[in-house]
Design a protein around this ligand. Structure first.
Ligand code: PLP
Length: 356
């Protein structure tokens, strides 16, 4: 099986091995020390301000998105949500269901965020902005500098869902003035699914303590308090945290820039080759994490996905809803190589002959 999805991705041997070990007791000093070390390494990997803290949440990315919004904002706030696809629309759903005041900056699929999109919202009393810096459903990587300038000028709290961009595209928390950054285990980190890590700067931590958010499990105050001694309020995905520590040490040794460079090389290699076949890449600013592809002939994206699965045991990603008829996506994350890319390209070529 070859996995070209963006998550869960193909795991390294070392990470798999940890997953097969017995689970150690975690309410002790060794485990606390490891978690504190992971907090520092994670912060380093995105250059977060030194007084930032990490909430280690045993929950999928969507839970982390929802919890972050509810720990940082309340009815007094007015939020802006950048919505260019499935994940942007998830942020609007979160605002909606919790009756938070929000406006969405609705973008067409594959469209970049530009100054023209944000200017109408200047000096209109907004207090926060929510963005998935890589909109995973379309492959568009938004311009973080544009977002940074807009938020700075208008004094907005900036929440960045970097789940599918972390370790694939360069990101600097301090440099982009982000107040909260959301990361999950199953994308470029190459860990099993189940955990999310929310990095909060000082301003965001202050918000957490000011807001009265009613939740037993998702209240970040408890995580920040117990986190000071390297613990979580409830049983975490213990193995996942051990795997995270192993991976973060590897990342520190290799350097974030080297890991991003390797992902970019995989993406560029694939893109250079796939455009020789009857496909086009609909995004102008693609993330290194994945390539969205539109067939140029009458074949449907779904049939490409299906044939690769059935005939070649290769998994690429179909889209849902309206996008299902426009694109499918090929990921560049996890333990994959240029040779794997080449094999995928050969198999796409073979399958095209059978599905016209
Ligand atoms: C994968 C992803 C998530 C997380 O989704 P879950 O299925 O809840 O883990 C959130 N945001 C983005 C941008 C993603 O790519």
């Amino acid at each position: 099986m070859l996995n070209f999805t963006v998550g869960p991705v193909t795991l390294d041997k070392e990470i798999l091995e940890i997953g097969s070990n017995q689970i150690p007791y975690f309410r002790n000093e060794e485990f606390s020390a490891m978690t504190l070390e992971s907090e520092e390494l994670l912060k380093q990997s995105i250059n977060s301000p030194s007084d930032s803290r990490v909430v280690f949440l045993t929950a999928s990315g969507t839970a982390a998105m929802e919890a972050t919004v509810l720990n940082l904002f309340d009815q007094e706030d007015k939020l802006l949500v950048v919505n260019g696809g499935v994940f942007g629309s998830r942020f609007t759903e979160i605002c909606q269901i919790h009756s938070l005041h929000y406006k969405e900056i609705k973008l067409n699929f594959f469209e970049d965020l530009t100054n023209d999109d944000v200017i109408p919202y200047e000096k209109k009393g907004f207090t926060g902005l929510l963005i998935n810096i890589h909109e995973t459903s379309t492959g568009v990587l938004y311009d973080i500098n544009l977002v940074k300038e807009f938020c700075k000028k208008n004094h907005l709290l900036l929440v960045v869902d970097a789940i599918s961009s972390y370790l694939a595209d360069p990101f600097d928390m301090e440099g982009s003035n982000a107040n909260a950054v959301i990361i999950s285990s199953q994308k470029a980190l190459g860990l099993p699914p189940g955990m999310s890590y929310v990095v909060l700067d000082k301003k965001a931590q202050d918000r957490v303590s000011e807001i009265s958010f009613k939740s037993v499990y998702f209240n970040f105050n408890k995580y920040l308090f117990d986190g000071e001694r390297g613990q979580t309020p409830y049983t975490p995905a213990v193995s996942n945290l051990i795997q995270l520590n192993k991976k973060l040490k590897y990342i520190e040794k290799e350097s974030v820039s080297k890991i991003i460079k390797e992902t970019r090389e995989l993406a560029v290699h694939f893109r250079n080759e796939i455009i020789k076949l009857p496909f086009k890449i609909p995004t102008k600013s693609p993330s290194n994490a994945l390539t969205a592809l539109t067939p140029l002939t009458s074949i449907s994206p779904e049939s490409v996905v299906q044939s690769l699965k059935m005939n070649s045991d290769i998994y690429v990603m179909p889209n849902g809803g309206e996008l299902s008829r426009k694109i499918f996506r090929v990921g560049h994350l996890g333990a994959i190589t240029i040779e794997n890319n080449q094999y995928l390209l050969d198999e796409i070529k073979k399958n095209l002959k059978t599905i016209s």
